[in-house]
Design a protein around this ligand. Structure first.
Ligand SMILES: Cc1cc2nc3c(=O)[nH]c(=O)nc-3n(C[C@H](O)[C@H](O)[C@H](O)COP(=O)(O)OP(=O)(O)OC[C@H]3O[C@@H](n4cnc5c(N)ncnc54)[C@H](O)[C@@H]3O)c2cc1C
Length: 195
């Protein structure tokens, strides 16, 4: 097992730290702001599908995170709850559900007659409610060797960091351990692919 330094105490750093510690690594977390002063703590986040690149990975990571949040929601002390949600759109022709959104539990279209005034379509679902949107074209979860240290990058989650957190943390663990992939919920692992 390795000695791992996690830089950052927001949802991304802490989920990576918990995942690695649970896997038996010796983990230290360092940050210039403590957890209660991070963006993550004010996000008031809803879990949701990701439309970010790399698309196949972000899809698998949000599915994995959903499974972890659903488990956490069984413990009221976790702060994670499953809540009924209503999403509305005023964009005409937006009633086609994109494939990424099909992973949303209980997703169902609202009868056109019941769509709130001022909107053209609406959908109901049961979503995990968790808690900056530093944006880049794609989420970066990659390993880089710097001298004798292995640096694992895990950033660029934009407006979806909470939704991606546990899935990215599982990928970070794979990269730290440098071995075969660990099984992500909702996606069979693919031995040999490094993912
Ligand atoms: C209003 C709002 C609503 C949102 N809603 C959702 C939502 O509904 N669903 C969703 O999934 N996501 C949502 N997000 C996005 C989500 O909150 C972010 O993607 C996520 O919080 C990013 O987490 P993070 O750990 O990368 O960053 P942060 O929470 O910002 O934590 C960064 C950590 O790194 C440390 N750090 C940074 N630089 C250094 C340095 N140079 N040296 C040492 N330490 C450093 C900081 O001190 C901090 O501890 C929302 C964001 C906002 C602002």
């Amino acid at each position: 097992m390795s000695s791992v330094l996690v830089v950052g105490a927001g949802v991304i750093g802490l989920t990576a730290a918990v995942t690695l510690a649970e896997a038996g690594h010796d983990v230290t977390v360092r940050a210039d702001r403590p957890p209660l002063e991070t963006t993550s703590v004010v996000a008031g986040a809803l879990w949701g599908p990701s439309f970010q690149e790399p698309m196949a990975d972000t899809h698998a990571w949000t599915v994995h995170s959903l499974g972890v949040f659903q488990e956490l929601a069984t413990d009221p002390a976790s702060g994670v709850r499953l809540i009924p949600s209503l999403s509305v759109s005023a964009v005409p022709g937006f009633d086609e559900i994109p494939p990424q959104a099909r992973i949303i539990p209980d997703l169902r279209a609202v009868d056109p007659a019941a769509v709130p005034a001022g909107f053209t379509s609406a959908a109901r679902a049961t979503m995990p409610l968790v808690g900056l949107r530093p944006e880049r074209p794609s989420v970066r979860v990659e390993a880089e060797r710097l001298g004798s240290a292995l640096v694992v990058h895990d950033y660029g989650h934009g407006g979806n960091g909470v939704s991606l957190s546990w899935g990215c943390a599982a990928r970070v663990r794979e990269l730290v351990e440098g071995g075969g992939p660990h099984r992500l919920r909702g996606r069979p692992s693919t031995p040999g692919s490094g993912r």
